[in-house]
Design a protein around this ligand. Sequence first.
Ligand code: FAD
Ligand code: 2HG
Ligand code: ZN
Length: 474
Amino acid sequence: MTQPMIVQLRQICGNANVLTHDDPATDLSPWEQDWRKRVRGRALAVVRPGNTAQVAAVVKACAATSTPIVPQGGNTGLVVGGVPDSSGQQIVLSMTRMNAVRAIDPANLTITVEAGCVLQNLQAAADKAGFLFPLSLGAEGSCTIGGNLGTNAGGTQVVRYGNTRELCLGLEVVTAQGEIWHGLSGLRKDNTGYDLRNLMIGSEGTLGIITAATLKLYPQPAAQLTAWAAVPSMQAAVQLLGLAHQRLGPGLTGFEVMGQFALSLVDKHYPQLRVPLSQESPWCVLLENSDSESETHARAQFEALLEAALEAGCVTDAVVAENLSQAQGLWHIRESITLAQAQEGLNIKHDISIPVSRIPAFVAETDALLAREVPGVRMVDFGHLGDGNLHYNVQAPEGVDGQTFLHENEERVNTLVFDQVAKFDGSISAEHGVGELKVGKLPLYKDPTALAMMRAVKKALDPQNLLNPGRVLG
Ligand code: FAD
Ligand code: 2HG
Ligand code: ZN
């Protein structure tokens, strides 16, 4: 017999939008398996509401039966935050049916969208209206703006436009009690008390369910140029970043660094992408210059920057994309590192931030410690150097199975790297969040007073611990 809870959820969302294991023809793995294949959970049901009132009714039904809720968008998260645990007692609240663009206000430079809107569709809607929505990341074809807000995602344009948090003006949220907070403000100034919007952003579904957001739009740049530079060291990459800030000012919209081994994985698994310059150099940098004047102006500025960098010795060779398709090709190489790494096998990811000035010393020292601790490890280093955010990832030695490598080394590798991050005044999660993967590490590396305040907030807003239990706070 179907459980009364499932019957009630079907009454709220419609039969087709409540999926369970009772129907053997339904495969729930897309909602139960995380992107990195680290964890496979088991859901009581996958519930797909079509509007905010349905989300509120689902949460009320869950609150009445103490049923935990795991909010989910595109399920591209990298820290096991959006899939259910193995108990079979949690519902996955999949937001992807709520994907409408509700409004665009050109004079206010804002767009209001529902949480399940895929990031690429949001970018396209902004573009069609003649504007730029600058958030951009490799998963943009399937991640949702609700997930981006839930994780406070970063991506490749942060150096100019900030993280998702900086792009958001207002939110509509369903609370743990099933009430609707109508906070869809388009205001750039509002000092009427605590900043609930910023509390929700980055809370990874543990404080409320984001159902819609009002976001900032920007004018489209007149020209956008991309360059790929070989640099002789991480120190040189940091020097190049300084020059780029100086010479491009706010035109600098992207500054990514990629290590030689990371690029060799792209070359190995996607040879058709034709990685430039990486054979001769330990690091490559991808730079983007967005110009409000003209392509000629942007190109002249870019060429002057690269000439100065060559003269200073912080660049050994460089190419500037001739056209949009070449630029897209270079970005595609950068965005393929995560996929190439996944093809290579299970790996340990460290999404860390360190003050930019200290990154070269961090990398040199930590590489040496790791090589001593786990001989043969292969470092897949890349990331958003412009934001001081490295993906300092560790791949098993050649020929060693990823699963075995993780089993035997993950804990001590994490401890070694995170202790180094602490020593260099960094953060153990720059942009991916805490999820379940780093939940045990937070008490070791986060200020105890901050953690106590976080626990108090969680208790006040979700006293039954219904929303994404076990994530962020254990
Ligand atoms: P999900 O994975 O479904 O969920 C992520 C978290 O948000 C979970 O805790 C979930 O409970 C919560 N959540 C989801 N929807 C809501 C909602 N409506 N309300 C409240 N909470 C919600 N991340 C970066 O920051 N920068 C990158 O450059 C980047 N590149 C990536 C490249 C690849 C190839 C991949 C696979 C991932 C990448 N990511 C990156 C990670 C991931 O794409 C982001 O974390 C993204 O923001 C997750 O969005 P999602 O819709 O897939 O969320
Ligand atoms: C990126 O910058 C993503 O490409 C993914 O944040 C990072 O795979 C990773 O570790
Ligand atoms: Zn990243």
